[in-house]
Design a protein around this ligand. Structure first.
Ligand SMILES: CC(C)(COP(=O)(O)OP(=O)(O)OC[C@H]1O[C@@H](n2cnc3c(N)ncnc32)[C@H](O)[C@@H]1OP(=O)(O)O)[C@@H](O)C(=O)NCCC(=O)NCCS
Length: 181
């Protein structure tokens, strides 16, 4: 059974390795390996910066296999501008070896639980999340099926947004979930 938990500093390098495996697999991705900065200092600096934010602002979950391998990573974070703080952006990646076993569904549930009942900010205030949004390649049927099953609806189609290395273009969808807030 894969255990889900919030990310820790020591997850930085394994998370980078997971990103590498996802990119090598290619399905659903918009990056190539050239986009990864593999220098450990840079990877760890990114993680330090992520962890500096309070839990009211963002959540990153990892899924850990019993042998210690990282099987999944997902995040949800509020947008920065003051008038957009009720909007949260969600992203998800399951190791190709662990896909199709219900892990994506469990990760989504964990991330949406945070959005439904976000922790109080350091000053004690509680700002609800009213809108969760994500971007997905129009050819990513599995991901779209998963998101729709949680109530996400298509709000936009960015035509020819992705240009593959062979020159083909793929549309990209903007999906959103509206929460009572
Ligand atoms: C897309 C992804 C997150 C789904 O996670 P997963 O663990 O493979 O999916 P699950 O096993 O939890 O399946 C969840 C749902 O996906 C949908 N699904 C699965 N396979 C599908 C398929 N071939 N076609 C359509 N929907 C499908 C179903 O709704 C399924 O629900 P069910 O539990 O009722 O059967 C995962 O495959 C992944 O990380 N892919 C690569 C990276 C990526 O695409 N990330 C998302 C970018 S926006």
């Amino acid at each position: 059974m894969i255990a889900l938990r919030p990310v820790r500093f020591e997850d930085a390098l394994p998370m980078q390795a997971l990103a590498r495996r996802l990119i090598q697999d290619g399905r659903g991705m918009v990056q190539t390996l050239a986009d990864l900065d593999d220098r450990p200092a840079a990877v760890e600096a990114d993680m330090r910066s992520w962890l500096a934010h309070p839990s009211s602002d963002r959540l990153r979950l990892v899924g850990m296999a019993p042998d210690g391998r990282m099987a999944a990573e997902g995040s949800i974070k509020r947008l920065g501008p003051s008038l957009l703080r009720h909007v949260a952006l969600l992203a998800l990646g399951i190791d190709p070896a662990f896909q199709g076993q219900g892990l994506g569904r469990r990760m989504m549930q964990g991330l949406l639980d945070w959005a439904t009942d976000p922790p109080a900010a350091p000053d004690g205030s509680r700002l609800p999340v009213g809108r969760v949004e994500l971007y997905v390649r129009a050819d990513n049927e599995r991901a779209i099926g998963l998101y729709r099953s949680f109530g996400f609806v298509e709000e936009g189609r960015r035509r020819r947004f992705v240009r593959l290395v062979d020159g083909r273009y793929i549309d990209d969808l903007v999906l959103a979930l509206h929460l009572p807030a």
